[in-house]
Design a protein around this ligand. Sequence first.
Ligand SMILES: Nc1nc2c(ncn2[C@@H]2O[C@H](COP(=O)(O)OP(=O)(O)OP(=O)(O)O)[C@@H](O)[C@H]2O)c(=O)[nH]1
Ligand SMILES: [Mg+2]
Ligand SMILES: [Zn+2]
Length: 355
Amino acid sequence: MDLASLGWDGAFADQFAPWAAGGHRPGRVLSVHRGGDLVSTEAGELLTRATGRLRHLAGPAVADLPAVGDWVAVRDERIHAVLPRRTAVTRRMPGTNAGEQVLAANVDLVLVVVAPGRDANPRRVERLLALAWESGAQPVVVLGRADLCPDWGTDVATELAGLAAVAPGVQVLALSCYTGQGVDEIAAMLDPGRTAVLLGSSGVGKSTLVNRLAGRDLLATGELRDDGKGRHTTTTRQLVALAGGGAVIDTPGLRELGLWTGDAGTAAAFDDVESLAAGCRFDDCRHRTEPGCEVLAALEDGRLAADRFAAWEKLQRELAWAERRADPLAAANRRRHVRALSRSIRADRLQRGRD
Ligand SMILES: Nc1nc2c(ncn2[C@@H]2O[C@H](COP(=O)(O)OP(=O)(O)OP(=O)(O)O)[C@@H](O)[C@H]2O)c(=O)[nH]1
Ligand SMILES: [Mg+2]
Ligand SMILES: [Zn+2]
């Protein structure tokens, strides 16, 4: 496999130099299984395993072990090191109360795929976008299975407008793998060397999209249940190299959306609310009764929708809870960091307004 088409570049090569000197070869993790990690190298695909040393260093921190999309140093069918991740989509480990899980590493794009109707619920999209922004990659919202909108045209436009309202600064597009609408647009985002990860509920058509992009039926897709929900057909995360260069990572439908300490992500996903909050007179304004509160003023005059504010508050509470559990000290620092970040977002906007 040509590693450049998978995203290998000079900066990674520089970081890899000491490993190359030690006789290691670079590779990208395609999938992670109990029996080992499948890695794509210049010499082909290899089934590898992290060395005992790497496991020992990671200890209980599974996030330090190779994840799908990672660039790794391989020798003798063993992974000796994981290169620093440029971006990472992470969440809390489902079912546990601590620990971070890396869903996809070194991605350029996070395609948040939703189906028309219930699944395109603004609150769910907001949460997925917070996760996406937090990764450091660029989110895109995809209305999948758009051909199912009863009135093809008007309904799609309404759904897209609803999605755009909760996705400031994010491209929103309609996709149908049946009619082909939107497929080329997404393919065009995946130049050689670029990687996208697909996130969304079960049954929204993620694996079907991968097959369309790959031009052949690589992955299993599943019929929907009678209630219109998916059957959790995909069970492992998997990186697929596309023939024209570029790569896409398919993931199982997300049931539990445990946000990791995603303050930066929330700040970006709720750019509108955060910018208002940055304008409050007091730095620690709770937006309840404080004088000079911009958020209250915006709620009053309709610039900010009440349900969007409620969603933001709820996410804030969850983040605060997750943070306290993970690292109480860091939590306080992060709060300060986010306030600074929102202020810079606001300054940036004002600047853009002036330009
Ligand atoms: N009408 C319509 N159906 C689609 C479209 N894309 C996929 N489907 C169907 O939706 C069902 C679910 O598709 P999958 O690709 O398996 O969905 P998924 O998101 O990968 O689901 P999980 O693997 O369970 O997370 C299948 O029956 C597909 O044929 C589309 O554009 N339009
Ligand atoms: Mg699937
Ligand atoms: Zn306020």
